[in-house]
Design a protein around this ligand. Structure first.
Ligand code: ADE
Length: 246
């Protein structure tokens, strides 16, 4: 049984979308994973096929109905048994490589894509949904977030990355001490628009190249992601920042 993605969405035609192309698309054609997107509206029971209603307590926007969402989840769990049920929402825990790795290692995933103001909290709790966010910004719906999560998982499935040295050799693949951002990359020509690639990269000294890349990774992480850098210092049991910075 290959890794199975079940999508619950009001816009099933958005899938597989970009995941039908490139590495993920070829893996999909080979049967390394599968995807099924089902219209949440097909679980509505009234004649207007209503999926949302006004929020109790007042306020703007609409809320997705728990009865319709629950029927959709029941259907998904029957067809994808054992797969965790994830609700994509900016209120969720931030998606990180750890969760991606965990989901990719399992049987698959059921992704509930919200629209409107969100989903009735009772069905989130009753179904034990894991609430996940892909970042601190608000998308118009969970679908692009679901595509992000799926892409990150699918590239970790056995055989998907093919010849690439390792799916895990990049930014956010922690090597025990917490993740670092990747070092910068260069290719031919060695001089372009008067700009030369760093000398060390054409020196042929593998140890120096490795040292340079490590230093670049650390500098980028320190500057751009002080949160990751602090975590690394903590894991190292390093001296407090006051003693190590400038
Ligand atoms: N839906 C809307 N915004 C989102 C986000 N940032 N992450 C996950 N789902 C979302």
């Amino acid at each position: 049984m290959s890794w199975r993605a079940t999508l619950l969405t009001l816009f099933p035609e958005m899938f597989p979308g970009p995941l039908g192309h490139s590495l993920a698309g070829r893996a999909l054609s080979r049967g390394s994973w599968s995807i099924e997107a089902r219209d949440i509206r097909s679980f509505a029971t009234d004649k207007h096929r209503t999926v949302d209603d006004t929020p109790f307590g007042g306020g703007a926007g609409m809320v997705m109905r728990p009865d319709v969402a629950d029927a959709a989840c029941a259907w998904a769990q029957e067809g994808n048994p054992g797969a965790p049920l994830v609700y994509l929402t900016p209120r969720g825990r931030p998606l990180g490589q750890d969760l991606v790795r965990e989901l990719a290692a399992g049987p698959g995933v059921i992704l509930f894509c919200g629209r409107y103001e969100g989903l009735d909290q009772r069905v989130i709790e009753a179904r034990g949904m894991r609430e996940v966010s892909v970042g601190d910004y608000v998308l118009s719906g969970g679908e692009p977030a679901a595509l992000v999560l799926l892409d990150a998982c699918v590239r970790l499935l056995p055989g998907v990355m093919g010849g690439a040295a390792s799916a895990e050799e990049e930014s956010f693949s922690a090597g025990g001490r917490g993740p670092l951002l990747e070092y910068p990359h260069y290719t031919r020509p060695a001089e372009w628009n008067g700009l030369r690639v760093p000398d060390v990269l054409v020196s042929g000294h593998h140890a120096e190249v490795a040292r340079w890349r490590a230093a670049q990774s650390e500098a980028a992480t320190r500057e751009r992601r002080p949160d990751l850098w602090r975590r690394r210092e903590e894991l190292d049991g390093a001296a407090p920042a006051a003693y190590t910075s400038a």
